[in-house]
Design a protein around this ligand. Structure first.
Ligand code: G
Ligand code: G
Ligand code: MN
Ligand code: NA
Length: 249
């Protein structure tokens, strides 16, 4: 309850921020897009992780206002890096709202951004509970030119059968698997098989949580198309992320 009241205040006030983390392409490690990651610095409690406050926002219904804030800010910020996409996280409940596509379209048009500059990150939970309906929504998003990424891949109900039936652009391999690269042979085997599966299905792969050169080299050898992690850049304020990208060109 304390967090709920504080969050209500945070959305109205100046306590929220979006940080941006680069997603790089495997060959020359060029940045192709940024993932938007929500940050809340509460005056009463200090920084609180979205892993903590997103579930509270969902229970209390604040998620609609919060999602609106995130979408508007991300669309506005991404105009600072023309040609790159912004990857926005949506919780299952956000994705399942009525008229998700219309809601998204209206904001994208208003911000004068094109759908190709926007990537939707959803988790397996969001699509595997009502697969037929989700497949329709994803097909519509896809036909409008939005990119669609399946986040935290490998941690949910990873049904390979279902994946083939969804309009996806990309699988994001959960960082728990990347963490194990170089330590345990199971992680390496799992990562390698996900990468090969994705290639066979014509999907991009983003390996998340890449922290070391060794992990990066292993992923490149496996044929992983994209990477994200502290090795390439920590989540940073929009201006900082844009400046780092400009410097790298
Ligand atoms: O960046 P960090 O590790 O703190 O993120 C923790 C979790 O919060 C991750 O699962 C991430 O997907 C989620 N998250 C971060 N930003 C957003 C957001 O804007 N909306 C939603 N729904 N989830 C977010
Ligand atoms: O669930 P999702 O994949 O959206 O969440 C991404 C989370 O991973 C964010 O909280 C982000 O801060 C975190 N993250 C990004 N890069 C790294 C990394 O290299 N190492 C670790 N440990 N966490 C990372
Ligand atoms: Mn994500
Ligand atoms: Na993830």
């Amino acid at each position: 309850q304390i967090i709920e009241t504080g969050l209500r205040h945070a959305i109205a006030g100046d306590e929220l921020a979006l940080h941006y983390q680069p997603i790089v392409e495997r060959n020359d490690l060029r940045t192709v897009g940024f993932e938007a990651l929500l940050r809340w610095n509460s005056p009463d409690h200090g920084p609180i992780s979205p892993a903590v406050f997103i579930p509270i926002a969902e229970e209390s219904g604040l998620i609609d206002d919060l999602g609106e804030w995130v979408l508007n800010r991300a669309l506005n910020d991404c105009r600072d890096w023309p040609g790159l996409f912004v990857s926005i996280n949506f919780s299952p409940r956000q994705f399942k709202r009525a008229n998700f596509v219309e809601w998204l379209d209206a904001h994208v048009a208003q911000a004068q951004v094109t759908p190709g500059n926007v990537q939707i990150e959803i988790t397996e939970t969001a699509i595997f509970e009502d697969t037929e309906w989700a497949a329709d929504v994803l097909r519509e998003l896809h036909s409008k030119g939005y990119r669609i990424a399946l986040d935290d891949f490998g941690t949910g109900y990873s049904s390979l059968f279902n994946i083939k039936n969804f309009s996806l652009n990309c699988l994001k391999i959960d960082k728990s698997f990347i963490e194990g690269l170089g330590h345990d042979k199971h992680s390496a085997a799992i990562v390698s098989s996900i990468v090969h599966l994705a290639r066979a299905l014509g999907l991009n792969i983003v390996a998340e949580g890449v922290e070391t050169d060794e992990q990066c080299q292993m992923l490149r050898l496996t044929g992983c198309s994209h990477m994200q992690g502290f090795l390439f850049g920590k989540p940073a304020a929009a201006a900082q992320a844009a400046a780092a990208h400009a410097d790298s060109l």
